[in-house]
Design a protein around this ligand. Structure first.
Ligand code: TNX
Length: 516
C-alpha cells in the first residue's frame, strides 16, 4: 500500500526490515572448489537480494574493479543489479564490503579473509589479487536458485561464517596448445573465464610448433604470413596479431591471471623454418607439416643469425607480456645433438634474461648449464627432476601420466591421446604435488595441467578434455593435503554441473561422479 504513495524504495525498505527466517546453513558443507584453508560455520544466512550493495576500498588499486567484477557475475547468475561504490543509495542494507587490509592473519599476496554475517559480507585482502580470489569464493557460495518463500522478493541465501584462505602454491596454471590447432581470442577468453572461477593464476600459451606459428612478430612477418595458415589435419590455422595477443593479456590481467608465452625450440620448429629456411638445422628440405609426429625438426644452433632472429622474437613477445616468465620450450629435440642442445639453451636463457624475463623450459633443459632463475617444467623425466633438485631449481609439476589434460579418460574417450596413461577423473585428482616422487616442497613453484591440441579443434572439444579434470588440478594447486579427499571432492565436483551448464561447458560426464 505504501508503495503507491511514497515510492518503491521506501516500501521495499519496510519489507526488508522483517527478520528473515533462514533455514539452518552450514558453510563448511558448501561445494567450494578449491577447498578453502579454514572454514568456520555460524549456521545463519546473509540475504543477497535487491537491497544489497557493494562497497570497496576506493583508493586501493584494483579494488573497485574487483567489486564491479563481482557485481557483473551476480547479475549474470541472479539478474540482480547491485550498485558498486554508489554514494547516496537510500535504505540499502546487506552490504558486501571489499576492503584493502594489511592486518590479515596470513601475510601473502593471494590471501583473503571472508566474514559473513546476517548483516554483511566483509572480504579483506592485502591485494586486489587476493580480493579477486575471495570474490570467486563468494560467487561459489551464491546458490543457483533463489529462495522465493523467505520474503516477498527473491533471496539468495549465503551461509554465514568465516573463511581464512591462501594457496599452497604460487604458480597454478594450465596450458593451451594453440599451435596444433588454433583457438580464437574469444575461445581463449572463455577458457580464462572458467579458470578464474577456480582460482587459477597462470595461463601458458603454446604459441609455436611444427604445424604452425601463431603470434605475429613485426620484424619477421613471414612467420605468420606463411606459417599462420597451417595446422594439424589440414585446417586453416590462424594466428594472433600483436593487438589480439595484447587483448588476451589484458583480459587475463583483469582476471588476475598471468600469461606465459611459449616459443618451443630448438625442436618443434618446423613451421618457423618453413617461413625462414635459414633457421633449419636438420639438413633436410623443409615442407609444411600437418601430422602429429614429434622430434624431427631443429633450429641450426651454431648460426649467429639464428640467435639474432631469436633476440627479435623474444624481445617483441616480452615487450607485450607483463608477466615475469618466458617459456622457451626445449622438449623432444631429438634432431639436435646433445651438445648443440645444451649450447642453445644456455644462449637462449641469456637472451630471455636480457629481455627481463625468467626462463621456463620443459624438463630436458636441466642438462644445460642454466642459472638458478631457470624453471624446468617436469613432464616426463624423473631423472631430470632429480637433476633440477640437485641444482637447487624451482620447478613446475606437470607429470604427463597425472596432469596432462590431453590424455584420454579411458579407451572410449572421444578425444585425446594415451601415450602416458589413461587419466580418469579420480587418478587426475588423487596424488600429492607436495611429495611427488620425492621432490622436496622447496623445489616446487607450482603445478600446471597442459592441454595439447592434436585431437581437439573447437571449444566443445577443449571443454571435453579440460573439464572436469582442470577443476581438480585447481584444488591440487591451492588446497592443503589435509583439505583434499576424493570422496568429499567428488560430491563438490558433482555440484559444479549447474555452473558448467550455465557456462555452456560440454564437460565429460565421468561415470565416477553423481552429477547434480
Ligand atoms: C609430448 S609434453 C609433447 C607434445 C605433445 C604431447 C602430446 C611435451 C613437452 N611434448 O609435443 O603435444 O606429448 O601429449
Amino acid at each position: 500500500f505504501c508503495c503507491v504513495f511514497v515510492g518503491f524504495l521506501s516500501c521495499a525498505d519496510d519489507r526488508k526490515k522483517r527478520v528473515l527466517n533462514f533455514p539452518e546453513t552450514d558453510l563448511a558443507l558448501e561445494n567450494m572448489i578449491p577447498k578453502p584453508m579454514k572454514i568456520i560455520a555460524t549456521h545463519g544466512g546473509f540475504a543477497l537480494d535487491e537491497f544489497t550493495a557493494i562497497y570497496t576500498s576506493e583508493n586501493a588499486s584494483g579494488f573497485p574493479e574487483v567489486g564491479q567484477f563481482l557485481a557483473d557475475k551476480i547479475d549474470a547468475k541472479t539478474s540482480l543489479d547491485i550498485p558498486v561504490n554508489v554514494a547516496e543509495v537510500p535504505h540499502r542494507e546487506g552490504i558486501i564490503y571489499i576492503n584493502q587490509s594489511d592486518s590479515l592473519e596470513l601475510d601473502a599476496p593471494e590471501a583473503y579473509q571472508l566474514y559473513i554475517t546476517a548483516d554483511s559480507v566483509i572480504l579483506n585482502s592485502n591485494t586486489a589479487e587476493g580480493a579477486f580470489r575471495g570474490v570467486q569464493t563468494i560467487r561459489q557460495l551464491i546458490p543457483e536458485k533463489s529462495n522465493d518463500t523467505l520474503a516477498e522478493y527473491k533471496v539468495w541465501t549465503i551461509p554465514t561464517g568465516k573463511i581464512i584462505d591462501n594457496p599452497v602454491f604460487e604458480y597454478r596454471g594450465t596450458m593451451l596448445d594453440v599451435a596444433r590447432h588454433f583457438f580464437s581470442v574469444e575461445e581463449v577468453k572463455r577458457y580464462i573465464d572458467l579458470l578464474a572461477y577456480y582460482k587459477y593464476n597462470v595461463l601458458h600459451l603454446h604459441l609455436t610448433d611444427d604445424q604452425g606459428w601463431r603470434i605475429e612478430i613485426k620484424s619477421w612477418p613471414k612467420l605468420t604470413e606463411v606459417s599462420g595458415g597451417t595446422e594439424v589435419g589440414g585446417g586453416e590455422g590462424g594466428f594472433y596479431t600483436q593487438e589480439d595477443y595484447r587483448e588476451i593479456v589484458d583480459y587475463a590481467a583483469k582476471h588476475h591471471i598471468t600469461i606465459v608465452p611459449e616459443v618451443d625450440m630448438p625442436g618443434h620448429t618446423n613451421a618457423a623454418s618453413v617461413a625462414y629456411p635459414f633457421l633449419n638445422g636438420n639438413g633436410k628440405k623443409v615442407e609444411p607439416y600437418e601430422g602429429i609426429e614429434v622430434g624431427f625438426s631443429t633450429f641450426d644452433t651454431r648460426k649467429d643469425t639464428v640467435y639474432a632472429f631469436l633476440d627479435d622474437v623474444i624481445r617483441e613477445i616480452s615487450e607485450m607480456t607483463p608477466g615475469p616468465y618466458f617459456h622457451a620450450g626445449g622438449d623432444e629435440s631429438h634432431a639436435t645433438k646433445k651438445e648443440d642442445f645444451n649450447y642453445f639453451v644456455e644462449r637462449v636463457q641469456k637472451i630471455v634474461n636480457k629481455h627481463g624475463k625468467r626462463m621456463i623450459g620443459w624438463d630436458e633443459i636441466v642438462t644445460a648449464d642454466i642459472d638458478s632463475t631457470a624453471i624446468p617444467q617436469y613432464w616426463s623425466s624423473g631423472d631430470n627432476a632429480q637433476i633440477a633438485v640437485k641444482k637447487g631449481l624451482k620447478m613446475i609439476l606437470s607429470p604427463a601420466k597425472k596432469a596432462y589434460l590431453d590424455m584420454q579418460y579411458d579407451s572410449l574417450s572421444k578425444h585425446g591421446l594415451h601415450w602416458a596413461a589413461y587419466v580418469p577423473v579420480d587418478s587426475a585428482y588423487v596424488w600429492n604435488p607436495e611429495s611427488y616422487e620425492g621432490i622436496p616442497m622447496e623445489n616446487i613453484l607450482g603445478i600446471e595441467a597442459p592441454l595439447w591440441s592434436e585431437t581437439i579443434e573447437n571449444f566443445d572439444e577443449i571443454s571435453y578434455l579440460a573439464f572436469p579434470r582442470a577443476i581438480g588440478y585447481s584444488e591440487l594447486g591451492w588446497s592443503t593435503p589435509e583439505n583434499r579427499d576424493w570422496e568429499d571432492y567428488r560430491k563438490r565436483l558433482a555440484n559444479q554441473a549447474p555452473f558448467l551448464d550455465r557456462m555452456d561447458v560440454t564437460y565429460y560426464p565421468s561415470p565416477l561422479i553423481d552429477w547434480q
